[in-house]
Structure formats: C-alpha cells, structure tokens
Design a protein around this ligand. Structure first.
Ligand code: FAD
Length: 387
C-alpha cells in the first residue's frame, strides 16, 4: 500500500518508529487497556530514542525536525496498534513556549523537556461549564506581587498524573471586564509537582484508557516568570499551537485508520465462509477500499497543513480540515473493520474493539467536528457565525 512519501528521511523515521513499536505488541496495549494503566515503558522508550522531542530545535536539545516528521512518528505508533494519546502532548505543548516564550524560559525548560527529564504533557484548557466555548473559562489567575494565585477547575486534563508541568490557560481579567472576549486570558507553565498540595487530580473513568482527569486548583502559585508572553494574550498563543495539535491528531487518526485497513485486509483474505475468503464479496471489500481512499485523501490534506505549518504560514483552514477528514475517514475504516471481523470484532483478543473505541475520540476531541464545520463555514467561506 502507498506510503505518504518516498522521501528517504521519512522512510527512515517510519522504519525506526515501527521497529520500536514492535517491542510493544498489541498484547501490551490490550493489557494496559484492561487495567486502565499508563504505558510507562513505551513512553520511556519513545523518549529515549528522541522521538518525542523532534519538534524542539537542536539548540535546545531536540532534533529540530518539522511537523511532517512529527506526524509520521505518531501515525506509525497508532498504525502499530499503539495509542499516542499517552504522550503526544509532550511533542507539541512546548510549541507555545517556543513561539511565544522569552529566551530565559526557553533555556530553562526546553532542554529538560527535550531530554524527558521534565514532562510537559498536561494541557489545561477545557472546563466543565465552558466546554467548547474556551473564552468562557473561569479558572482565574490573580497577580499578587511576583506570583499568580490560581483558583478554579479544569476537566479532561489528560496525563496530569504523568506530567511535571502543565500548560495552563486561565483568565487574568474577568470576561465581563474585557472589550474582546478573547482578551484577558493568559497562558502559564504551572509546576504541578511543586504545587502538588494545592492541586487535586481526580481520574475520570473513561471509555478509553487515556489517563484523563479533573484538576482542581486551590491557591496554586505560579511565579510571574512562568507566564508565557504578555498577560491577557494567551488565547492567541494557544490558537497558534492548536494548529499543530490538529495536524498531529490528524496523523494519529490516519495511523488508526491504516491499522483498521491493514487488519481488515489481512482478515478478509484469511477468513473463509461459504468456501471463499470473505474479502471476495464486494459487500466486505468495498467498504475497506472506500475507507482506504478516504484516508489517502485525508493524508494529502494533513501533508499540506504540515508543510504550511513548517513554512510559518497560517494553516488554520488546512489543519482543521485535515483533522476533520482524518477522523471521519478513520471512523469509516473502524466500522469497515468491525463489519469485516463480524462477531470476532467484539472479542477483546482481536483488538478491533479497543481501537474502535480509541478512534472514536478524534471526532470529538481536541475539537468536535461540528466546531470544525462551523469554523470552515464562518472563517473560510464567509458565512454568518452559526452560534
Ligand atoms: C479522552 C479525552 C481527552 C481529552 N483531553 C483533553 C486535554 O488534555 N486537555 C483539554 O483541555 N481538554 C481535553 N479534552 C476535552 C475536549 O477537548 C473536549 O471534550 C472537546 O473540546 C468538546 O468539549 P465538551 O466535551 O465540553 O463538549 P461541548 O462543548 O459541551 O459540546 C457537546 C456537543 O455539542 C456540540 N456543540 C456545542 N456547541 C456547538 C455549536 N455551536 N454548534 C454545533 N455543535 C455544537 C459539540 O460538537 C459536541 O458534540 C479531552 C476530552 C476527552 C474525551
């Protein structure tokens, strides 16, 4: 089957990541899923081989590669049967710091994030009452001398228990006191270990093993020197990072999609019913082929978005569209796999049901596909704002 590109460096990355993933077979992921356990060994291996720090420039200890290469890494992890959700944020969350932080902050954090000594895996945006309406967040950081004092609550903060730092979005001016609702929101690096007694983390029991939590802040302190960029401009900084997140999520989704295609093709060729392989029936074969074509199209849009991102061009349209197309194509592939496997798709030992649950997430998070469609309608096509 076609790969994204014949670029030799990309092929080398694919092969190396694939070979690392072979050390963590599907039994490994299934066992973790059943125990709701964190893939510590896998994340450690990925960190040690430097794959999680590829987006960090060489001068700060990373590989200085681009979004395309980062996408290939996550795609291969998910195609192998693994779940990048355990650690993908370590790759891109530092982007806010890289693009908007000052030199002192970069020198202080980036080399230790690159080495994996410090994990910046928690990204605190979503709140229970605000939901998709990020400007309605209420977690508040009040300046007192050389510190900000944080009170409030986040929800769906993934990997909080496995992170040293959190990239935290909080209001520094109440919404009813700003001219534009996107103003008055600031972005911080919160040292979660240092503030452990002022933060309560409550795991959420979810449909997938995603280490996601609710986080409560009670007078948690952040030194002024840990605010990224200017006070009140955090929403803008987070938006630029969201394009990276969308492209990487699209990549994970494409990896999931290709997992379903690989497995479906293999099973449809092997399983014999009515004296012929089930893949000989168009009712089985066509949904697999159709999903494959959809995934290939999504891949092209992902590649375009990644190229624009690496050129420093605004790629909001392409990043959002690629996340939408990839998650929808992969959902079709997931259903094609379920149908191909018949009853066996439900048996945990075949892994399809686990990946089916995991792949569903990307239609909802990190942004729901309804919101992507609204974005395209309003910001790309110039239609009236629908909400
Ligand atoms: C497993 C998991 C991990 C996550 N990890 C993180 C994380 O690490 N950090 C973080 O900050 N967040 C995280 N999230 C949160 C995620 O980004 C949100 O769930 C997502 O943005 C949707 O927000 P919501 O759940 O509040 O849905 P809501 O905003 O309540 O929306 C509910 C439904 O209504 C629809 N809807 C709402 N408004 C409109 C509208 N105007 N037009 C059309 N449809 C609309 C949405 O599409 C959605 O289907 C995670 C979520 C999950 C499930």
């Amino acid at each position: 089957m076609a790969q994204t590109t014949a670029n030799p460096e990309h092929e080398m990355i694919r092969k190396s990541v694939k070979s690392l993933c072979e050390r963590f077979p599907e039994e490994y992921w299934r066992d973790l899923d059943e125990r709701d356990a964190y893939p510590t060994g896998f994340v450690q291996a990925l960190t040690e081989e430097g794959w999680l720090s590829v987006l960090i420039p060489e001068e700060y200890g990373g590989a200085g590669l681009g979004m395309k290469e980062a996408g290939i890494i996550l795609e291969e992890v998910n195609r192998s049967g693994g779940n990048s959700g355990a650690c993908h944020a370590q790759m891109y969350t530092m982007g806010a710091l890289l693009r908007h932080g000052n030199e002192e902050q970069k020198q202080r954090f980036l080399p230790t994030i690159a080495s994996g000594e410090l994990r910046l895996q928690a990204f605190g945006i979503t709140e229970p009452t605000a939901g998709s309406d990020t400007t309605s967040i209420e977690t508040f950081a009040e300046r007192r001398g050389d510190r900000y004092i944080v009170n409030g609550q986040k929800i769906w903060t993934s990997r909080a228990e496995h992170s040293d730092l959190m990239l935290l979005l909080a209001r520094t001016t109440p919404k009813d006191q700003v001219k534009k609702k996107t103003d008055g929101i600031s972005l911080f690096i919160l040292d979660m270990k240092d503030q452990a007694d002022k933060i309560e983390i409550r795991p959420i029991d979810t449909m997938i093993n995603h280490a996601t939590t609710e986080v409560f802040f009670e007078n948690a302190e952040i030194p002024v020197g840990n605010m990224i960029g200017e006070e009140g401009k955090g929403f803008k900084y987070v938006l630029s990072g969201m394009n990276a997140e969308r492209i990487l999520i699209a990549s994970e989704s494409i990896g999931d999609g290709m997992y379903f295609i690989d497995k479906s093709v293999q099973y449809a060729n092997e399983r014999v019913v009515f004296n012929r392989p089930i893949g000989q029936n168009q009712g089985v074969q066509f949904p697999i082929s159709q999903a494959y074509m959809d995934i290939q199209a999504a891949k092209l849009m992902r590649d375009k978005a990644a190229e624009l991102f690496d050129e420093g061009v605004n790629c909001g349209e392409e990043a959002n569209i690629s996340k939408y197309l990839a998650s929808e194509a992969t959902w079709r592939a997931a259903n094609a796999a379920m149908d191909t496997y018949g009853g066996y798709g439900f048996a945990k030992e075949y892994n399809i049901e686990r990946k089916f649950r995991e792949a569903r997430l990307f239609k909802i998070a990190p942004i729901s596909n309804n919101l992507v469609v609204s974005f395209v309608g309003q910001h790309v096509l110039g239609l009236p704002r629908s909400y």
